[in-house]
Design a protein around this ligand. Structure first.
Ligand code: LLP
Length: 387
């Protein structure tokens, strides 16, 4: 059962809302991804955008993962957290000059370039710095990941990556850039992917892309197939650790690897299930239409996913005195109508002061928190400190 339920009475006295991290579950998840990836000698990076909490990063580093970054500040965070720059990749459609310069200076594993113009600019900066920079081409794979459209990234019309056609058209020019070493191909098809056969299509695309580009004279040391493995938001207790083994088996069976390294960039699947947002019931009220509102002290400023994407998070009352349930619409404190965590959800009868847990909030929760309405940023509590 969830950590919060096991220690509900201890949480009662803490100031809410806050994130509760089950560090033991994080460790088990890391053990799983490390053990399963070792079978095929796959390299795993942690997508730090999912959660850049220092304590979590320290644990993740213990397990030897690299990092996938989406900004100069994320690269800096990863380096400050003690990760080896040579295990850091950096993607992003719009890298500022100072971010590119910083990545060059730090000699990270690869800068994943997302436009021809970026390649030209980076080549010039590398020349200026007197360096040769290792680069991966982020290809737009044009694949439907069958996930929420707000979070797909790999379809033809998206802003991410360079189209395969554009790379073909510019192959000579790219290869002639003297200060860049094109060492890898990178792609990321989207996030929260639960239909694993999508990854099979991805492998087939990658095979074609990589082999055709190598025929044109490129030579890649690695293929980085991104992240995207989904988690079970509906019933997290049934699947606290995502099925890394199945994904790796699919890639093993369908990706033609040759002597290239294979890299992954997992965010959600590493930290998603270990985090819960703990919030307290402030008020009950009923609308004129008869809808029972449960007003809690968290809001979209702590966890924006429901308001932004209509995402579902399982909610439970962890301190209720009764097992009788009621249907509630759970809303937050922010001045926005979309600031609602769930509608008509069945919860144990909830009264002022009860604690609710909003589950599976470890990924893209705290890292997307804001100070709208001048809310305080939520704190964090770690399971290992409470044991
Ligand atoms: N690599 C790249 C290049 C990415 O863009 C992403 C996520 C990842 C790796 C990690 O993907 P993951 O394993 O976490 O699926 N805020 C949204 C998710 C945005 C994902 C953006 N890119 C959400 O809350 O669902």
């Amino acid at each position: 059962i969830m950590l919060s339920r096991r220690i509900a009475s201890r949480l009662r006295v803490m100031e809410t809302p806050f994130y509760l991290y089950d560090t033991e579950l994080l460790r088990q998840t890391l053990e799983s991804v490390v053990n399963e990836s070792k079978r095929y000698n796959y390299k795993v990076h942690y997508a730090i955008k999912a959660n850049y909490d220092d304590r979590l990063l320290a644990i993740i580093r213990e397990y030897g993962l690299g990092v996938d970054c989406a900004s100069g500040n994320e690269v800096q965070k990863a380096i400050e957290a003690g990760f080896d720059p040579k295990s850091i990749v950096y993607a992003g459609v719009g890298k500022r000059d100072k971010e590119l310069r910083y990545a060059i200076e730090q000699e990270i594993m690869a800068i994943n370039c997302e436009s021809i113009e970026e390649l030209l600019v980076l080549d010039a900066m590398a020349a200026e710095a007197g360096r040769t920079v290792e680069v991966a081409l982020r290809v737009n794979p044009d694949i439907d990941p069958k996930t929420n459209h707000c979070i797909d990234t790999g379809q033809a019309d998206s802003k991410f990556g360079i189209s395969y056609e554009e790379i073909l058209d510019n192959a000579e020019r790219i290869r002639s850039l003297k200060h860049l070493r094109i060492v890898g191909v990178h792609l990321h098809i989207g996030s929260q992917i639960r239909e694993l056969h999508v990854f099979e299509n991805m492998c087939q695309k990658v095979n074609v892309i990589v082999e055709n580009l190598e025929r044109l004279g490129f030579s890649f040391r690695f293929v980085d197939v991104g992240g995207g493995l989904g988690i079970n938001y509906d019933m997290p207790e049934n699947e606290p650790i995502p099925n890394f083994a199945s994904l790796f088996a699919i890639v093993h069976n369908h990706l033609r690897v040759g002597d290239r390294e294979v890299h992954f960039e997992f965010g959600r699947s590493i930290v998603g299930e270990c985090g819960e947002l703990i919030t307290r019931v402030l008020f009950n009220k009923t609308t004129a239409t008869g809808r029972k509102l449960l007003i809690v002290d968290a809001s979209m400023t702590e966890l924006i996913r429901p308001a932004l994407y209509g995402s579902y998070h399982n909610i439970e009352n962890i301190t209720a005195e009764t097992d009788r349930t009621d249907k509630y619409t759970v809303v937050g404190t922010a001045c926005e109508s979309t600031d609602r965590f769930d509608e008509n959800v069945s919860l144990r009868r909830s009264v002022r002061g009860d604690l609710l847990t909003i589950k599976s909030a470890g990924a893209y929760g705290m890292s997307m928190a804001s100070r709208y309405n001048l809310h305080d940023l939520p704190g964090a509590v770690y399971g290992e400190d409470l044991m």
